[in-house]
Design a protein around this ligand. Structure first.
Ligand code: BGC
Length: 513
């Protein structure tokens, strides 16, 4: 039987290292990639609720919206309007595949630079858009930016950060996504009064963080891992000394050399992932992303202003409500940063599933009773719905949001980590695309029933978290198979017959005394 893969990835928290200005500056610059992603998530909903934008690109939606007799739930039902939001994710799915190759072949820094060029191009196309084609082309460019950025930035940050700050920095990336969403909500609130081109300012606003990322990506360092991986060992050592702020980096350098060697041997990442013994991690990693999206979170993130207008709010009140939900999202993500390693993943996921279940059920019930096809909903009920939505968003933000990313990044052993994470990210983009493309049509046909659709999903994911998801809090990444999967009441069966059979043969690093 081939020896089990044991790699010292994840790093030793006791290695000599300072949290240098270099690391802080590079991380902040790179994290602007997360902010860009968040900005793109948050900006489309507010823009699609602006009349000037609808008149220019979606005149039929504009007419429907203002027809007194038009069905409340169908005001915004338009495939092209949904495509404006969803096209970004389509491009991101394709781009993340190329980005994973670019990261390996050319390095993290050029991949981040490519992301920022796509972001700038997308922002320019959108700001200058004369027709729907130009608008969608701009969204596709932004999607390519998201694909490149989301693949390279988390990798970049975790590779330059000293090991003991790695976990916290991982969730900080999610935190910046929520900050980006909030910025977009605030900008939409301001630009909705600028007629007739407020929407151009909103979409063009994306150029600011994009330019910052572009200029910043010229001054950031390449990661030592990437340099070593591409044969530039001396430069790797020099960079490592620079970013650690100490000369004594020999031990970490040696570990990096070793880890890179292992990664080279484990080149059949995709083939390894298809093995029976990889199924538990593959199923859990990808299904968490499916669940994350089918909580219905992006219905709120993309379409909150549209949803609030559906409930009878005026344009301003809708955009302001979106700002409130955006703020709740940011603050609740902070809760995750401080609790995830103390309370554990499962408890947060289950608690939040219950909270989201209650909130969505009541929203569905209130809309079913008080929002018929053509009436205006009484304002006190509408405010009650906004409060429930905040309750829902907060639950998501301290659980399924960050953990949907964190867990897939920590459950795969080295020989399947790249491929496994790529599948998880792609699954996220596919499901985000589906929700973005289908929601407004589903709202029109299912009316308030759409919220019960998400309730069913939340029941399924809560049950999954209780019975099938193992707790991974505090388990070193490289012990995950032995300590978690092989001991789990259900998943252990996948290790019974082909335990390690045919696994990539990688020698364990000799223990150091
Ligand atoms: C999700 C996004 C979502 C965001 C909301 C992320 O974890 O992947 O789809 O819009 O959280 O904060």
């Amino acid at each position: 039987m081939a020896p089990i893969v044991i790699a010292k990835s994840g790093g030793d928290p006791d290695l000599p290292a300072k949290l240098t200005t270099q690391v802080i500056v590079c991380s902040v610059i790179a994290a602007f990639g997360g902010l860009m992603f968040g900005y793109d998530i948050g900006i489309s909903g507010g823009v699609t609720s602006m009349d000037d934008f609808l008149i220019k690109f979606f005149p039929t939606v504009y007419v429907n919206k203002h027809k007194v007799k038009e069905n409340n739930y169908c005001k915004y039902n338009n495939q092209y309007l949904q495509l404006f939001t969803s096209s970004l994710y389509l491009a991101a799915i394709v781009a993340s595949y190329f980005a994973s190759m670019a990261c390996k072949k050319f390095g993290r820094k050029p991949t981040i630079q490519a992301a920022s060029i796509f972001f700038v191009a997308g922002a320019i196309l959108n700001t200058a858009a004369k027709d729907l084609g130009m608008l969608i082309a701009g969204r596709l460019c932004l999607g390519a930016g998201v694909g490149f950025g989301n693949q390279a930035v988390p990798l970049f940050i975790s590779e330059i950060a000293p090991a003991k700050y790695r976990g916290g920095l991982n969730i900080c990336f999610q935190f910046l996504i929520t900050v980006g969403i909030l910025c977009a909500n605030l900008i939409n609130y301001g630009t909705s009064r600028l007629h007739p081109n407020g929407w151009r300012v909103s979409l063009g606003g994306a150029a600011v963080p994009a330019l910052f990322l572009l200029i910043g990506s010229i001054i950031i360092v390449e990661t030592p891992t990437s340099l070593i991986e591409r044969g530039k060992k001396d430069k790797g050592l020099e960079t490592l000394k620079k970013i650690r702020g100490v000369d004594n980096v020999d031990k970490e350098f040696e570990e990096l050399l070793h880890a890179t060697e292992l990664a080279k041997q484990a080149k059949h990442s995709y083939r390894n992932l298809m093995k029976r013994s990889s199924r538990p991690q593959l199923i859990c990693g990808t299904i968490l992303q499916v669940f994350q999206q089918f909580t219905g979170i992006n219905v709120i993130m993309f379409y909150a202003p549209v949803l609030f207008q559906t409930m009878g709010f005026g344009g301003d009140a809708s955009l302001l409500s979106a700002v409130v939900t955006g703020l709740v999202n940011v603050l609740s993500t902070l809760v995750a940063i401080f609790t995830v390693d103390k309370i554990g993943r499962k408890k947060l996921l289950v608690q939040a599933a219950i909270q989201m279940l209650i909130a969505q059920t009541i929203v569905g019930a209130v809309l079913a009773v008080h929002l018929k096809s053509t009436n205006a909903m009484p304002s006190n009920y509408a405010i009650f719905v906004v409060i429930l939505i905040c309750l829902f968003v907060s639950g998501f933000a301290w659980s399924w949001g960050p953990l949907g990313w964190l867990i897939p990044s920590e459950i795969f052993p080295l020989e399947t980590r790249n491929a496994g994470f790529f599948f998880a990210v792609s699954m996220n983009m596919v499901c985000t695309f589906l929700v973005a493309q289908a929601f407004l049509s589903m709202l029109c046909s299912m009316r308030s029933g759409i919220f019960f659709f998400f309730v069913v999903w939340i029941i399924i994911m809560g049950t999954f978290a209780i019975f099938l998801l193992p707790e991974t809090k505090g388990i070193p990444i490289d012990e995950m198979n032995e300590s978690v999967w092989k001991k789990h009441w259900f998943w252990k069966r996948y290790f019974d017959d082909d335990d390690g059979k045919g696994d990539v043969e990688i020698q364990a690093k000799p223990e150091e005394n």
